[in-house]
Design a protein around this ligand. Structure first.
Ligand SMILES: NC(=O)c1ccc[n+]([C@@H]2O[C@H](COP(=O)([O-])OP(=O)(O)OC[C@H]3O[C@@H](n4cnc5c(N)ncnc54)[C@H](OP(=O)(O)O)[C@@H]3O)[C@@H](O)[C@H]2O)c1
Length: 416
């Protein structure tokens, strides 16, 4: 039997109002919003002022409120609200990926210690039920890889620059006008948002709590028309994709970078603001989920699904994290990449172990080859500052030690 919950809601913007609408139009499930905390005292509201508060303690100290729903746009303040709520024995639902990716270990510990539930389906890929699928369906299966398009803003920009030949600046402006991109789009276009989601998903897919600062994110800000032309001529689309991949029994790599994708890949047809997730299991093979990764109603619906789950006493079990033989995180991997550079100094800076293709003309130079992720991490700022572009070629990722074995083997063959 489900329990009727009393909700204290933080934030009444895009997602907060989406939740309010979805909740009011839900036929099967009822919960009461007891209070809504917001910040700006002069903003007009679509609800009566008796429901509004500007004081967080009015919710946090109310013993009748059993669920805090956190939907504000300030990750640090959200951390204070969420940790305080958990300590006070309240269940929490949040959509805040930055909050989660930055404080994952502490929040995990707090919800365990206080024996309450912290749910966050809306934080990763909006209305796509990826976290619950990993938790409940793939809880016992060893996974090989989770990859996808986790950010709708960049997917929209890439779709428009490739299909409609819009400039990067025009495509970004269009995304902002349509409300997909924020006025400061850094988190989206530099791949931070996708990385935060990848860090959250890595916990549920592989039982890993990773420090988000250690995960490489390269975005799409340096994309040039030559890169688009190269990709189109080879039959690729360019997508910004996080890859969370098991490389052997105990190593998992996680990173976010642009990637050239061929037509056979499910992600090839995930365009505009849509998100897609591919889960590859050892026995189940490949599963593909597609949906709206953001937006008022889709995200509100994901939050409602968590609230509904709470009414049935649901809690993540983090089964993979609890496993004795959970894998560890590594950046010591080699990827096959396309790299557009300006001059030979750039090639000396970003060292490629092997080059399979090279082109130089007066104003366009690129190589395709193998590069260690640790080089890219060390040179992320250099790549951005010098307007260089790097993209994974399809999805070849392997452990550096495996690559060096191949090199030795090749040398031995040559010497015979
Ligand atoms: N938008 C999406 O499609 C989407 C999708 C997935 C996840 N998310 C996540 O959902 C969260 C909310 O996003 P949003 O797009 O709804 O943001 P938003 O439209 O900018 O709304 C933010 C809300 O938070 C309130 N707020 C800010 N600081 C506050 C504080 N200290 N105390 C109380 N209220 C405060 C604001 O109050 P005022 O109304 O007074 O300004 C506003 O109502 C973010 O973590 C975001 O990353 C969003």
């Amino acid at each position: 039997m489900s329990k009727k919950l009393k909700i204290g809601l933080f934030g009444f913007g895009c997602v907060g109002q989406g939740l309010y609408h979805v909740l009011n139009n839900s036929t099967g499930f009822k919960a009461d919003i007891a209070k809504i905390a917001v910040k700006n005292k002069t903003k007009p509201r679509i609800v009566g002022k008796e429901l509004i508060t500007y004081d967080k303690w009015e919710i946090l100290n109310n013993p009748e409120i059993d669920v805090v729903v956190e939907l504000i746009d300030d990750a640090e303040e959200a951390f204070h609200i969420v940790s305080e709520a958990l300590k006070k024995g309240k269940h929490v639902v949040t959509a805040n990926k930055k909050l989660l990716a930055t404080h994952l270990e502490e929040l995990y510990r707090l919800q365990q210690e206080n024996n309450v539930s912290l749910l966050y389906e809306a934080s990763a890929c909006g209305s796509i039920p990826i976290i619950r699928s990993l938790e409940e369906y793939f809880d016992n299966e060893e996974l090989e890889k989770v990859s996808g398009i986790f950010n709708g803003t960049t997917n929209y920009i890439l779709t428009k620059t490739i299909a409609e030949k819009l400039s990067y600046a025009n495509a970004l402006k269009q995304a902002q006008d349509k409300g997909f991109a924020e006025s400061d789009p850094t988190n989206d276009v530099e791949g931070f948002d996708a990385k935060f989601k990848a860090v959250i998903i890595a916990l549920h897919a592989f039982g890993l709590i990773i420090k988000q600062e250690e995960v490489l994110n390269i975005g799409i800000t340096t994309l040039h028309e030559n890169d688009i032309k190269y990709a189109s001529e080879k039959g690729y689309k360019i997508k910004l994709t996080p890859i969370i991949q098991r490389l052997d029994d105990d190593k998992v790599s996680v990173f976010v970078a642009p990637r050239f994708i061929k037509e056979h890949n499910h992600l090839y047809n995930v365009d505009n603001e849509f998100n897609g997730v591919i889960v590859e299991g050892k026995f189940s093979g490949e599963q593909f989920l597609q949906g709206r990764g953001a937006g008022s109603y889709p995200t509100g619906a994901a939050v409602l699904s968590d609230i509904s789950a709470l009414s049935h006493g649901y809690k993540y079990e983090f089964k993979k994290y609890a496993q004795k033989h959970a894998p560890t995180f590594t950046n010591d991997v080699v990827i096959e990449a396309y790299f557009r550079y300006n001059n030979n100094d750039d090639l000396k800076q970003i060292i490629f172990d092997e080059i399979s293709e090279k082109y130089t003309s007066k104003d366009y130079h690129y190589v395709v080859g193998k590069v260690n992720l640790t080089h890219l991490i060390a040179n992320r700022d250099y790549i951005l500052k010098n307007n260089l572009f790097i993209s994974l070629v399809d999805e070849k990722v392997s452990l550096a030690k495996e690559e060096s074995k191949k090199t030795v083997f090749k040398k031995e063959l040559v010497s015979y």
